[in-house]
Design a protein around this ligand. Structure first.
Ligand code: UD1
Ligand code: UDP
Length: 362
C-alpha cells in the first residue's frame, strides 16, 4: 500500500515515530512535512532523536494567519497527491496541517485516515476543536485513542470506520522512556537546564511547565496571571518555552521570578523531566497524557480537556487562569499517587492496530 502521511507540528513528529516504523515494514509511506514548525528545536531534533524517516517533501509554509497557512498547505498537499496518487492519506491530531491534509485528500476522493479521531473539548473557539471536528467528518477511518473518543463520534452520528486503537503517544513513551533515562539520569539532565534567569541542582524538586495554547497566549493578561502564580510556588518552575509564548513575553512586562526559562527541549529530555517532576503544569494536550503515563500529577491550565480520563483520581486537575486557583491546584494533596491507573489508553500497541485497521479497511 502507498500512503501519504502529513506532519507539520511538534506533537505530530512524535506520533509519526512509532507509526512510520511499523507501517514501513511492509508498505510504502511518503512523508510530507508542511513546514508549520521549522525551528531546529521544534522540528529537526525529533527526526534526529527518534530516527523518523526524512520527509520526502517539505512544503516550507512557515508561520502565518490560519487562513494563509492552511491555504498554502492545501495547495502544496494537493499537488503532491496528484503526483503521487496514493491509496490513502493519514493525518495526526488537530493542527492546521491535519485539516489541510484531510481536506486536500477528501476533495480528490482519496481515503482519509485520522489518528486521534473523536476528541472533543466542546469549545468551538479553539482552533484545535475546529480542526478536529472538520477532519473527523471527512475521514474514512477514525482511529480513536480511547473509548470516550468512540462515544463522542457516536453522538455525532459517526459510526462507520471508527476503531479504538489506543493512544499512539503511549507507544512513543514506552519506546523511549528507558532511552531517556539512560541518557539523562545521574544528574546528566542538570547541564541542560540553564536559563538566563537560573539553574537547578540534581537534588532540587521542581515543577515542569509548558504554555503555548492560543487561549492562554493570545491575551497577555492571562500570561501575566500564570507567571504571577509561578512566582509564588514553593519549588522552581522549569519552563521550556514555546516560540509562540516567547514572542509574546518579549512584547510585555512579565515577572519571571522562580521560573527557569529554557529553549524547547528534545523529546528524550522532555520525557525525563516529566517523569521526575513533582508536578507538570501545562496547557498542552500531549503533555497531559505523558504526565499520566509516567505517573506524574498534572495541573492543566485550561477550562476543559479532551483527555478526560486523566482527571480520574485527580491525576490531572483543571485550573482556570486565576492565580489563587492555580496555587490551590498545585498545593492539593497528591492522593492520586496511591491509586492504580485504569488502562484507558490501550496497551502501547496503537501503531500496530492503526496499521491493521488501514490495511484491512477498518
Ligand atoms: C500549533 C497547533 C497547536 C499545537 C501546537 C503544538 C494549530 C492551529 N495549532 O500551535 O494545536 O498544540 O502547534 O506545538 O495548528 N513559531 C516559531 N517557530 C516555529 C514554529 C512556530 O517561531 O518553528 C512561532 C511563530 O511566531 C508562529 C507561532 O509560533 O506564528 C505559532 O505557530 P503555529 O504553528 O501557528 O501555532 P502553534 O502555536 O505552534
Ligand atoms: N515536547 C518536547 N519538548 C518541549 C515541549 C514539549 O519534546 O520542549 C513534547 C511533549 O513531550 C509532547 C509534545 O511535545 O510529546 C507535545 O507537543 P505540544 O505541547 O507542542 O502540542 P500539543 O500536544 O498541545 O498539541
Amino acid at each position: 500500500m502507498k500512503l501519504v502521511t502529513i506532519v507539520g507540528a511538534r506533537p505530530q513528529f512524535i506520533k509519526a515515530s512509532p507509526f512510520s516504523a511499523e507501517f514501513r515494514k511492509h508498505n510504502q509511506e511518503i512523508l510530507v512535512h508542511t513546514g508549520q514548525h521549522y525551528d531546529e528545536n521544534m522540528s529537526e531534533v525529533f527526526f534526529d532523536e527518534l530516527s523518523i524517516p526524512r520527509p520526502d517533501y517539505n512544503l516550507g509554509v512557515g508561520s502565518g494567519s490560519h487562513g494563509q497557512q492552511t491555504a498554502k498547505m492545501l495547495e502544496g498537499i494537493e499537488n503532491i497527491l496528484l503526483d503521487e496518487k496514493p491509496d490513502g492519506l493519514l493525518a495526526y491530531g488537530d493542527t492546521n496541517s491535519t485539516l489541510a491534509g484531510a481536506l486536500a485528500a477528501s476533495k480528490l476522493h482519496i481515503p482519509v485516515y485520522h489518528v486521534e479521531a473523536g476528541l472533543r473539548s466542546y469549545n468551538k473557539i479553539m482552533p484545535e476543536e475546529q480542526n478536529r471536528v472538520l477532519t473527523d467528518h471527512i475521514s474514512d477511518l477514525l482511529l480513536c485513542p480511547t473509548e470516550t473518543a468512540v462515544s463522542n463520534l457516536r453522538k455525532e452520528g459517526v459510526i462507520d470506520g471508527v476503531v479504538n486503537t489506543g493512544d499512539i503517544m503511549y507507544d512513543a513513551v514506552l519506546n523511549n522512556i528507558s532511552i531517556s533515562e539512560h541518557k539523562y539520569s545521574g544528574g546528566k539532565w542538570v547541564d541542560e537546564i540553564r536559563g538566563d534567569n537560573g539553574s537547578i541542582s540534581e537534588t532540587d524538586k521542581y515543577y515542569l511547565a509548558t504554555i503555548h495554547r492560543a487561549e492562554n497566549t493570545d491575551d497577555p493578561s492571562k500570561l501575566s496571571i500564570i507567571f504571577e502564580a509561578f512566582a509564588s510556588f514553593d519549588k522552581p518552575v522549569i519552563l521550556p518555552l514555546h516560540p509562540r509564548t516567547k514572542k509574546l513575553i518579549k512584547s510585555i512586562e512579565i515577572n519571571t521570578k522562580n521560573v527557569i526559562i529554557i529553549e524547547p527541549v528534545g523529546y528524550l529530555l522532555m520525557l525525563y523531566l516529566t517523569s521526575n517532576a513533582y508536578m507538570v503544569i501545562t496547557d498542552s494536550g500531549g503533555l497531559q497524557k505523558e504526565a499520566y503515563f509516567l505517573k506524574t500529577p498534572c495541573t492543566t491550565l485550561r477550562d476543559q480537556t479532551e483527555w478526560v480520563e486523566t482527571l480520574g483520581n485527580e491525576w490531572n486537575v483543571l485550573s482556570r487562569i486565576n492565580a489563587n486557583e492555580i496555587r490551590s491546584a498545585i498545593r492539593r494533596e497528591l492522593t492520586c499517587l496511591s491509586y492504580p491507573q485504569p488502562k484507558t489508553f490501550g496497551d502501547g500497541n496503537a501503531s500496530i492496530k492503526i496499521c491493521n485497521a488501514i490495511l484491512n479497511g477498518g
